[in-house]
Ligand binder design. Structure first.
Ligand SMILES: [Mg+2]
Length: 268
């Protein structure tokens, strides 16, 4: 697909964050101006992240502070997609959430009934406040037969230093202790997050384009959900390593800035 065809077909651009729009909060080249140019072309901008340790409100503050967020944009996290999934598939059910205090507030504000006792559903989010007591309870509820959801599958979360253990690492632990694997994983590359963002924006998935730096999450997400995709080489993937994955993006660009050719592509 040519860039012109892709721009013509896309109504909503879904942007991954780290490695795609910024690196450790530093915008990649003229990424801020690139988003502005896309908005002027009538495209909707969605910031899509698997990181469920932060809420929509926290991401909005961060993206405003760095200069990315503009009125009319949407932030969509795997935590928000999980709320949508719970409302649809488990309406009124009692949920045990292993998640941060901020995420717990977000779930409760959305009307999810959280409990510390005998839940119908266990949800594992990226809980950077995890304690042994939470692990013990979660494991025990799984053994009692509660339904089991995870917000996303990432094994590690990138940082400036060593990558930190993420939900996938904790799933391995619960698999070891309880023999249970999640009944459903919500975030990229799976379909519940695609269904959720399509519903939230009211846009057909065929008119959406996922832009990201990871083949096994971002590009596979697009392919699993029937979306267009752009791989950017400003993060995890190189032109060499992209070929070791089964998925193929519609377009490969050095940085997100090449979506808008009148702007300088800027630093990778
Ligand atoms: Mg990324």
């Amino acid at each position: 697909m040519t860039k012109e065809e892709l721009l013509g077909k896309t109504e909503v651009f879904l942007f991954d964050l780290d490695g795609t729009l910024y690196l450790d909060e530093t915008p990649i080249g003229s990424a801020i101006a690139t988003l502005e140019a896309l908005r002027k072309m009538g495209k909707r901008v969605v910031f899509l992240t698997n990181n469920s340790s932060r809420t929509e409100r926290e991401y909005r503050e961060k993206l405003c502070r760095i200069g990315f967020f503009s009125e009319g944009d949407l932030i969509y996290t795997s935590g928000m997609a999980t709320v949508s999934y719970l409302k649809e598939r488990y309406p009124g059910k009692r949920v045990y959430l292993a998640g941060t205090a901020a995420l717990r507030r977000e779930f409760e504000e959305e009307g999810i009934l959280l409990t510390e006792d005998a839940p119908d559903v266990c949800v594992l989010a990226y809980d950077v406040e995890l304690t042994f007591e939470k692990i013990r309870k979660f494991d025990s509820f799984l053994k009692d037969g509660a339904a089991f959801l995870a917000t996303h599958p990432d094994d590690v979360c990138p940082t400036a230093g060593h990558p930190m253990p993420d939900v996938g690492s904790f799933l391995a632990m619960f698999c070891c202790s309880s023999g249970r694997k999640p009944d459903r994983i919500i975030g990229k590359p799976f379909t519940p997050m695609g269904e959720g963002v399509a519903k939230r924006t009211g846009t057909d998935r065929g008119r959406m384009c996922m832009v990201g730096d990871r083949m096994h999450t971002d590009i596979r997400f697009a392919n699993n959900n029937g979306m267009m995709s752009v791989l950017v080489l400003s993060g995890e993937t190189t032109r060499e390593t992209m070929h070791s994955f089964p998925d193929r993006p519609d377009l490969v660009l050095g940085t997100v800035n090449e979506l808008v050719s009148s702007l300088p592509s800027g630093g990778i």
